[in-house]
Design a protein around this ligand. Structure first.
Ligand SMILES: C[S@@+](CC[C@H](N)C(=O)[O-])C[C@H]1O[C@@H](n2cnc3c(N)ncnc32)[C@H](O)[C@@H]1O
Length: 255
């Protein structure tokens, strides 16, 4: 019988579930805290690390994270409790798609626009931006982390990415920011994850499972785990490395 402690670990080496360095996170939190949001809504929060840091920086602010993943939500609740934020942060297991959510002064949507729209990319980004525009209070802020092409992908790169990857799935950075402007925002800050952040994220994403696999070559889950790791590494190193970007857009709603 497989003992629980023998199972492959998941995402234990990641602080954020995306390419985000400590220094960028610190800058984001400092700027977002300047607006003294009283309420923070985190769409597709995972374990909500950035939301917790904003709550830590803004005394009295409350936060609500929404996600489908019970394990990540439990990690968020435990982190909140460990930092004395348990009474100001709630982590709800529900879908953000078509949910009746209360507007907030600060709305985070980090690599989770698909949680707000089932439309085909890139139209889902427009739909998500429209939803975010409805969800942010006047004078508030939205922080959107969204994919964009750093340069047009080649056909070889596309075929190494996820199934049915298409060149028109993402905008370039200018197109992505235009999309936010068309949805009723002005871009207060535009920044993008760099290669170091991507490499730390992609390595951290796989690393705990790689180390587990090396120590458990005969485990019943070893073959499946090796296949998944090899496939994911291929999509990154042969597919989207240096091609797919993540932009962090701090957006101000306008009339
Ligand atoms: C790449 S992760 C980002 C997590 C977090 N925002 C962060 O940056 O650390 C995307 C998250 O979106 C969540 N998600 C996907 N569809 C969702 C939905 N319909 N409603 C809520 N969350 C959803 C996933 O469970 C996952 O935790």
């Amino acid at each position: 019988m497989t003992r629980t402690q023998d199972l492959p670990p998941r995402l234990t080496r990641l602080t954020f579930h995306g390419p985000l360095s400590e220094s960028r996170a610190t800058g984001l939190v400092e700027r977002l805290a300047l607006g003294k949001p009283s309420g923070v809504l985190d769409i597709g929060c995972g374990w909500g690390e950035l939301m917790l840091r904003v709550l830590d920086a803004v005394p009295g602010a409350t936060g609500r994270g929404i996600d489908l993943n019970a394990e990540d939500l439990a990690r968020g609740r435990a982190n909140a409790a460990a930092r004395g934020l348990g009474d100001r942060a709630e982590f709800l297991e529900q879908s953000a798609t078509d949910a009746a959510l209360d507007p907030a002064d600060l709305v985070l949507c980090l690599s989770a626009s698909h949680a707000l729209s089932g439309a085909e990319p890139p139209h889902h980004t427009t739909e998500a931006l429209k939803a975010l525009r409805r969800l942010v209070t006047p004078g508030g802020r939205v922080l959107l982390a969204e994919g964009y092409w750093q340069r047009p992908p080649t056909q070889t790169e596309l075929s190494a990415m996820w199934p049915d990857a298409r060149a028109d799935e993402y905008d370039d950075l200018a197109g992505l920011v235009d999309r936010a402007v068309a949805a009723g925002f002005r871009p207060a800050w535009v920044e993008t994850a760099n290669r170091d952040e991507w490499e730390a994220f992609e390595s951290g994403y796989q690393s705990d499972k790689e180390i587990w696999l090396a120590a458990h070559p005969d485990h019943p889950l070893a073959e499946e785990t090796r296949d998944k790791l090899d496939r994911h590494r291929g999509t990154w190193l042969r597919g989207y490395r240096d091609v797919l970007g993540i932009a962090y857009l701090t957006l101000v709603p306008v009339a």
